[in-house]
Design a protein around this ligand. Structure first.
Ligand code: NAI
Ligand code: MG
Length: 328
């Protein structure tokens, strides 16, 4: 039995989690779920956005399935990524039939380093009106994320890994990252190339088909994954995984969406696809493929929530996915 900590969080986090659970419970999986609290509501109740019991449970479990939190997101999700030492952030961008997007047949996975770079938070005010930020890139961190990207490519049968950097300007930090990626590429039988990040942004918009797996540093990965999500239909469809050596945390990219929370109209797709990523992580590939196929069918038939132009409620759309699963 795998031990899964489930944190619905706030707002639509709770609604989409309920929807994803309806779908997960349709399959018999060797998972034991423990529901825990975190987020704005937890903060109001206990004075802590990430209560100690929740953190302890996460540290003891094999994975965390996370909905979304509100204003306390930084105290919860950023802290959890750090505490669980999840060094790889995986963000797929895939276009689904029936969903309006800029390009059809996009299937890209972004592998973003999650612990280094400018996001380490080493920022200082060194004099009045003068601030500095330190960009940390290490051989160890770069090698770890590069190997992760190639192994993901092998596992998923992907054809190419593209590293993105700006080594012509950031000669030391991006230079090290690029060199390590090139070195690591030699030990895998997968096509490899690298681009400057600025050119890559243009290629992504004009010719996204030249990408398969994108491998990049923390801040570039943050920016480019939103760009990629924008290519394929937006937040209601964007899942993500944070993976480390010991722990893994799965979460949709979106937040608690206070503008629609409580109405029962949030799109559950991102959360369902997040659960699919968790299944893949544990090697339940058939079950993952089944759920994704079921969701694909529902999207293709236009049986969606209002954000994608449909008129279904969150749980109605989840029920459609369950019906599609039952008919397989
Ligand atoms: P958001 O992702 O919550 O919402 C942005 C827009 O997208 C809203 O108009 C919302 O209605 C829409 N949207 C998002 N997910 C949707 C879904 N599944 N179905 C349909 N529409 C959806 O981001 P926003 O508005 O910037 O932040 C709202 C709150 O969420 C803030 O308190 C923020 O701190 C928090 N947040 C938490 C995150 C997390 O827990 N990982 C990530 C991003 C924001
Ligand atoms: Mg971001």
């Amino acid at each position: 039995m795998r031990r899964i900590t489930v944190i619905p969080g706030d707002g639509i986090g709770k609604e989409v989690m309920q929807a994803a659970m309806l779908v997960l419970n349709e399959l018999s999986l060797p998972f034991r779920y423990t529901w825990m609290e975190a987020g704005d509501e937890a903060y109001r109740k206990y004075g802590k956005a990430l209560p100690d019991e929740t953190l302890e449970e996460c540290l003891k479990s094999d994975a965390v399935l996370f909905g979304a939190t509100g204003e306390t997101a930084a105290d919860v999700i950023v802290r959890l990524r750090f505490e669980l030492e999840t060094f790889a952030n995986i963000r797929p961008a895939k276009s689904y039939r029936g969903v309006k997007c800029l390009y059809d047949d996009i299937d890209i996975v972004i592998v973003r380093e999650n612990t280094e770079c400018l996001y380490k938070g080493l920022e200082f005010e060194v004099a009045d009106g003068v601030t500095e930020g330190i960009r940390v890139i290490t051989r160890k961190g770069s090698e770890r994320i590069a190997r992760f990207a190639f192994e993901l490519a092998e596992r998923e049968g992907r054809k190419k890994v593209t590293a993105l950097h700006k080594a012509n300007v950031m000669k030391k930090t991006c230079g090290l990252f690029r060199d390590v990626c090139r070195e690591v590429a030699k030990s895998y039988d997968i096509e490899f190339n690298d681009y400057y990040i600025d050119a890559a942004c243009m290629y992504l918009v004009m010719d996204p088909y030249r990408f398969d797996v994108i491998l990049t540093t923390n801040m570039f990965g943050d920016i480019i994954s939103d760009l990629a999500a924008g290519l394929v239909g937006g937040l209601g469809l964007a899942p993500s995984a944070n993976v480390g050596e010991k722990h893994a945390l799965f979460e949709p990219v979106h937040g608690s969406a206070p503008d629609i929370a409580g109405k029962g109209i949030a799109n559950p797709s991102a959360m369902i696809l997040t659960a699919v990523m968790m299944l893949k992580h544990f090697g339940h590939l058939d079950e993952a493929a089944k759920i994704e196929k079921a969701l694909e069918n529902v999207l293709a038939e236009g049986k969606t929530t209002p954000d994608l132009g449909g008129n279904l409620k969150t749980m109605e759309m989840a029920q459609e996915v369950v019906n599609s699963l039952k008919s397989m």
